[in-house]
Ligand binder design. Structure first.
Ligand code: P6P
Length: 361
């Protein structure tokens, strides 16, 4: 008689998957897998804290703000410390950069010998924690220039275009904790099994649907979107389009996770408040863009491919368009038709005022 264990399929853990992936890289030495295990370890610590947020004293503001002027949540600090601790002992990481660190940090235990750079947003969407909405960790891994060409300049090591990523991924702390990553050989998704504390393979070689029925954008900013975005969103609401359904969680990792699995399009256009876009290039847009492309989707800033943008500073912001190939292509037709023609603020303000006056009667 076969036991349940014998009859169940062999659960592939993320460590086993990463080692298998590594065997496809001729130059791989095992250090890369060791580095990624630092991220999965930190993810388990963060997941445990997020899931006890109401019990542990980790909810609410930390009483300080980050370099972007955003109110730091207590869990932001905890998540950042967890990643710094778990990555700091890997011995092969030379530099880390984080949304919660003003400047990139040379890892003391590795120093100049550390060949990898790890850039992360430790807890994206953390303002949603207090209302129990999904949040996430986003990471990107690069190789450091250890030739000394840039004089072991930590900042220069971080300001690399997304096309140079060696690995990228996210962990979404939702109804379950799911880790998705790519090393350039497709996109693979793992669910944390809390009963054994392992990330177990859920989906391999995920392909994003070329077109979906969801658009995801904060429409409160509609009046200040460039006209190309406005005209595209008007199309999404027509009978010809279906119409699409609007889905917006306000947590990039959760909105992208849905887009990756169900298709559709996510937009964070330029707005009056963030004319250069709100999302950060190095630790939000680049990892998300590479995952999208590896799954057959596309990601741009309304003009150019995200992965080809060269960051000018660690916390650079960018507009972000990411989704299925056909959905993104349709938006780009509107962007070509209207360019990033700004909607004259005066006309929208006057029109809004006139309409509000008419409605009030
Ligand atoms: P808005 C969360 O603060 C975040 O950085 C992303 O996770 C999310 O996509 C975006 O900002 C939401 O911004 O302006 O719509 O609240």
């Amino acid at each position: 008689m076969t036991t349940e264990l014998e009859s169940s399929p062999h659960p592939i853990t993320i460590q086993e998957h990463i080692l298998n992936q590594q065997r496809t890289h001729a130059t791989a030495t095992g250090g890369f897998s060791w580095l990624l295990s630092g991220i999965t370890q930190a993810a388990k610590i963060i997941s445990a804290s997020v899931r006890r947020a109401g019990i542990l004293d980790v909810l609410g503001d930390a009483g300080d703000s980050n370099v972007s002027g955003e109110q730091q949540q207590k869990l932001d600090i905890l998540a950042n410390k967890s990643l710094e601790m778990c990555l700091g002992f890997r011995g092969n990481i030379g530099v880390i950069a984080s949304e919660e660190l003003n400047e990139p940090k040379v890892v003391p235990k590795s120093g100049a010998s550390g060949k990898y750079v790890v850039i992360f947003d430790p807890l994206d969407g953390s303002s949603n924690i207090d209302v129990n909405v999904s949040v996430g960790t986003i990471f990107a891994i690069y190789e450091r220039d250890t030739t000394g060409f840039n004089g072991f300049d930590a900042v220069a090591d971080v300001l690399q275009p997304g096309i140079k990523q060696l690995a990228a991924g996210y962990i979404v702390y939702g109804s379950s904790t799911v880790m998705t990553y790519t090393t350039g050989n497709g996109v693979h998704m793992f669910t944390l099994d809390p009963s054994v504390g392992s990330f177990v393979l859920a989906f391999e070689n995920i392909k994003m649907p070329e077109t979906g029925k969801y658009y995801s954008v904060n429409e409160a900013n509609y009046n200040s979107f460039p006209k190309g975005y406005q005209e595209y969103l008007k199309w999404c609401k027509t009978e010809e389009a279906g119409p699409y359904s609007a889905r917006y969680i306000g947590s990039l990792v959760a909105d992208f996770h849905r887009t990756l699995l169900r298709g559709g399009i996510f937009l964070y256009p330029p707005t009056a408040k963030a004319p250069g876009g709100k999302l950060r290039l190095t630790y939000e847009a680049n990892p998300i863009a590479w995952l999208a492309e590896q799954a057959g989707g596309e990601a741009n800033d309304g003009k150019m491919r995200i992965l080809e943008k060269v960051p000018q500073s660690v916390h650079d912001r960018t507009p972000l368009v990411v989704g299925g190939k056909k959905d993104v292509a349709r938006l780009m037709k509107y962007m070509e038709m209207y360019g990033d023609e700004d909607v004259p603020q005066a006309s929208t303000k006057a029109a809004t005022k006139a309409t509000a006056k008419a409605v009030a009667k």
